[in-house]
Write a protein that binds this ligand. Structure first.
Ligand code: ADP
Ligand code: MG
Length: 320
């Protein structure tokens, strides 16, 4: 029980009439890399700002390492490193000046500071640019500086708001592997609206939509929710047309969608969705036998996270 690092209960935030975060409840254990996934405007940044004491909640509670974000914000800030959405960096400081400045602000002693900055600079790949002005760095390097400032005081918890946004594919790969590396020792929450990001980086995923939490689980758990709903069927139909085959398959009880897809020459291929997670394979096999079709393929495809995400976040109204 002591390994719960973040405990959020019914956390709510209103901006005037807009409820940006709506009674969100979750907890994060030590060592987890938690992906906070949701479309733009879902409430990710607002939640992170409350966890990092930059915004007061309208309702509910959040505790970080046992401290309340509202009543004990000084204790919370000591334990948290935060990469905000738009990293405010001092562009006319050099990288090492900026990191020294950040370390001072966070109250680090000067002895500890030196070695720590060197260490964190090396880990974030900043050694070669230590003397350069922050404003002259590429976006990828500035993002590394943002990560380095979040980690300079060696916090137990890192909160990273869209850490790879605006980076090119190579930089994305680098930042992701850096986060994975950091996640071995720290508790990390990162937000993203990009699905492959959480798949590549996170041990657990929360999906937020319209300010509400709509899913919480490991990538496998979320996928298995949808499992068994889609089938791929390929038959040779003895001269019967593809449309007739499609009509028969589409008429099977439980089938919600049957579409022709590309298959091999001389055969008909279909993608079939079923409403329930019943196993339709026997029924599809039986349909082939009864109709004297030759079954070339019958596969139950497990859902991918994209389906899960789409199903859970559709109906999202664009909000002003
Ligand atoms: P996300 O980070 O998931 O894209 P945000 O937390 O930034 O979402 O925004 C959630 C909702 O709150 C959106 O509808 C957004 O327009 C609104 N919002 C965010 N910040 C403010 C603000 N400072 N004032 C008013 N509304 C805001
Ligand atoms: Mg955001």
């Amino acid at each position: 029980m002591t390994d719960v690092m973040i405990q959020v209960e019914n956390l709510t935030k209103d901006y005037g009439p807009t409820r940006a975060v709506d009674s969100v409840t979750f907890s994060v254990r030590k060592g987890e890399v938690l992906g906070f996934l949701g479309p733009n405007g879902a409430g990710k940044s607002t939640t992170m700002k409350m966890l990092t004491c930059f915004l007061a909640p309208t309702g509910g509670h959040a505790r970080v390492a046992g401290f309340d974000v509202f009543d004990e914000s000084l204790e919370v800030r000591k334990r948290i490193g935060y990469l905000p959405e738009d990293t405010p960096l001092y562009r006319d400081m050099t990288v090492s000046e900026f990191l020294t400045f950040t370390a001072d602000v966070r109250g680090m002693t000067s002895e500890r500071r030196e070695s720590r900055i060197k260490d964190i600079g090396a880990r974030c790949g900043l050694a070669d640019v230590a003397g350069k002005l922050v404003g002259e760095l590429s976006k990828g390097f500035r993002q590394r500086v943002g990560l380095a400032q979040a980690m300079v005081h060696d916090p137990d918890i890192l909160i990273l708001d869209e850490p790879t946004s605006g980076l090119d594919p190579n930089q994305i790969v680098e930042i992701r592997s850096l986060i994975k590396e950091v996640g071995k020792e720290k508790t990390v929450i990162l937000s993203t609206h990009i699905l492959p990001e959480v798949q590549a980086t996170c041990s657990r995923i929360l999906i937020i939509s319209g300010g509400k939490l709509v899913a919480d689980g490991t990538p496998d758990e979320l996928r298995s929710r949808e499992k068994g709903s889609r089938y791929r069927v390929v038959v040779e139909s003895n001269g019967v047309g593809g449309d007739a085959v499609k009509a028969k398959l589409g008429g099977i009880a439980g089938v919600t969608r049957c579409e022709s897809v590309t298959g091999e020459e001389g055969a008909h291929a279909f993608s079939i969705d079923a409403q329930v997670s019943d196993d339709l394979r026997k029924i599809l096999f039986r349909a082939a036998v009864d109709n004297r079709w030759t079954l070339l393929e019958l596969v139950r495809e497990s859902a991918n996270l994209e389906d899960v995400f789409r199903n859970l976040t559709t109906g999202e109204e664009p909000r002003s």
